[in-house]
Design a protein around this ligand. Structure first.
Ligand code: GRF
Length: 201
């Protein structure tokens, strides 16, 4: 049975679009039941609708409405795809089975090699820091920001000749692929025992 997945996104939505396309190509594995945005003018809302996904704007401070909508869709998994908000414990509990230490079924993508550069403007901070490589991380979400068991990471170079735009472009190309690979991986797992321990500390 396909897993029912909600996407939360605030912006352009290249990752959301990649996840929707993946679900369309793998209908027995993944069903994107809806997309929520906290940003009424986010391009991702239109992009999702064009791909046949119900996409709804609900402000972040109306969490009860968000939770009601997620329940209505019957979502079992959530993918944060450029969602510029911190999710609450109540939100995470919607996607948790029991309290046996397994992570909530909530994934996030972050444009750094976590635990390096959590938080906002990760591309910019990595670019400016003088490192020779950075990376992309897909991880389970826990109570802390950009923290939680890592599913996949992939490195990419920061060339001396790079402009910030070129550096981000290299990273974004990886993002759209690695998120799909990570989702595919976890959806095929019988259980999430491999991800109990916080591995990025
Ligand atoms: C990505 O860089 C992602 O890693 C970060 O927010 C950005 C969203 O991009 N969390 P998009 O809207 O998916 O194109």
């Amino acid at each position: 049975m396909a897993k029912r997945i909600v996407i939360l996104a605030s912006g352009v939505g290249t990752n959301a679009i990649a996840l929707i396309r993946f679900a369309h190509q793998n209908p027995s594995l993944a069903d994107i039941v809806g997309l929520l945005s906290d940003n009424a003018t986010a391009p991702v809302l239109e992009a999702a609708k064009e791909l046949g996904v119900e996409a709804i704007f609900i402000p972040h401070n109306r969490q009860d409405e968000q939770i009601a909508q997620i329940r209505k869709w019957g979502a079992e998994w959530a993918c944060l795809a450029g969602y510029m908000r911190i999710v609450s414990q109540e939100f995470l509990d919607l996607f948790r089975e029991g309290s046996d230490g397994a992570p909530a079924r909530v994934l996030n993508i972050h444009p750094s090699l976590l635990p390096a550069y959590p938080g906002l403007r990760a591309y910019q901070r990595a670019y400016s820091s003088g490192i020779s490589e950075s990376g992309i991380t897909v991880h389970f979400v826990d109570e802390k920001v950009d923290h939680g068991p890592i599913v996949l990471q992939e490195k990419f170079s920061r060339l001396e000749s790079d402009t910030l735009e070129a550096f981000i472009e290299r990273g974004k190309a990886i993002e759209n692929q690695i998120y799909v690979r990570a989702l595919d991986l976890v959806l095929r797992k019988e259980n999430l025992d491999d991800y109990r321990r916080i591995s990025n500390e």
